[in-house]
Ligand binder design. Structure first.
Ligand code: 3HC
Length: 317
């Protein structure tokens, strides 16, 4: 911890550090609510990464070419890595990995709503890379400057990899959209199904987002859910047009005054139902995760035995 003068009020010291845009580090003093807020957000983020491996992982055996298979495997593996960096960042706040995973496995912790939708065709894998990873980057670029050091540093690497994911998704959509009539129809169908759930990824509208005020005050989030959603739409519509596709929103219209698109409202009842555990794939996703954790028990035991043995040998030497 930095040297804090005994007369200095800890809270003032913390606020001053934020004001100067300096990072808060694990051993620094921090308000308890800041710590809890971060554990909540970082662990939900970590859970999203590892649950996010499932809808794509189930297409690895069905990828249409060796190249597509290799790219998809690399992407799914990257998501696993993101989960590990983020769990490690959350652990620096005093929460154990076991506690965090237990909250996920017992349904107490949230993860991104988007991963409770099914990937029905190969075009969905393109749409997920393009839209879902695209939305994730839009949200996560600002997190590289989040106020908590270990989270910010994890996000630098994550953003680089997400950017590759977004490009591979768009490349795949280009192949389909500029391919046969049937392929173009597959791309349109995937876009129709993923568009609204992608917009929901940014979270509820600002007036219904209980965590945003503190997140902005503490410089955890630098922009609000609505600001990021708007930027994502502004950036993505030209890409949709290039593909010769359309989004399923009759209210979408360029607004010259705000230099951005007006758009319709996502179905927020559906969003609430999905985050409450009742989306199309919630049960399937959680079961797959719990099963994977149980099946990995022997790997964790073997790794621990190896680490203990190594320590014992180092001690004896
Ligand atoms: N899915 C599930 N839950 C969501 C959600 C979503 N799309 N959006 C909001 N929520 C939840 C919040 O977690 C919060 O629940 P809680 O209070 O019980 O924890 C509640 O709805 C109210 O939302 P708020 O807007 O008040 O919450 P936040 O300020 O935390 O904003 C967030 C939500 C934008 C998701 C924010 O937490 C965030 O930026 N998180 C970090 C990024 C992240 O988690 N991204 C996941 C995307 S997927 C991904 O990264 C994988 C990649 O490989 C594609």
């Amino acid at each position: 911890m930095e040297n804090v003068n005994s007369n200095t009020n800890m809270e003032e010291w913390f606020d001053a550090k934020l004001q100067k845009n300096e990072m808060i580090e694990p051993k620094d003093w921090m308000p308890e609510n800041y710590r809890k807020h971060l554990i909540r957000q970082i662990s939900q983020h970590a859970h999203s990464e590892i649950i996010g491996m499932l809808p794509e992982g189930n297409w690895i055996t069905r990828a249409p070419s060796l190249r597509a298979k290799i790219v998809l495997m690399a992407k799914v593996q990257d998501e696993g890595g993101h989960g590990l960096y983020l769990y490690t960042a959350a652990e620096t706040l005093g929460s154990s990995r076991d506690e965090l995973l237990d909250a996920l496995h017992t349904g107490k912790a949230k993860y991104s709503s988007i991963f409770n939708y099914p990937t029905l065709t190969w075009a969905d894998i393109g749409a997920v890379g393009w839209l879902v990873d695209g939305a994730a980057i839009m949200n996560q670029v600002m997190l590289q400057r989040t106020s908590y050091g270990p989270y910010a540093r994890a996000m630098v690497r994550i953003c680089k990899e997400e950017s590759f994911h977004q490009r591979q998704g768009y490349e795949s959509m280009c192949h389909l959209a500029f391919g046969t009539t049937e392929q173009k129809q597959m791309a349109q169908d995937a876009l129709n199904r993923w568009w609204w759930p992608t917009l929901m990824m940014f979270g509820p509208t600002d007036d219904k987002s209980p965590n945003t005020a503190n997140a902005i005050k503490w410089k955890i989030k630098r922009e609000s859910n609505d600001q990021l959603r708007q930027r994502f739409i502004n950036q993505t519509i030209p890409q949709v047009e290039y593909l010769g596709l359309t989004v399923p929103d009759p209210d979408l219209k360029w607004n010259e005054e705000k230099k951005g698109y007006d758009f319709g409202s996502p179905n927020w009842d559906e969003f609430m139902s999905v985050i409450a555990g009742n989306g199309p794939c919630n049960r399937e996703r959680l079961k797959a995760r719990v099963d994977a954790h149980k099946n990995g028990e022997w790997v964790r035991a073997a790794a621990k035995a190896h680490a203990d043995k190594t320590k014992e040998m180092e001690f004896a030497a």
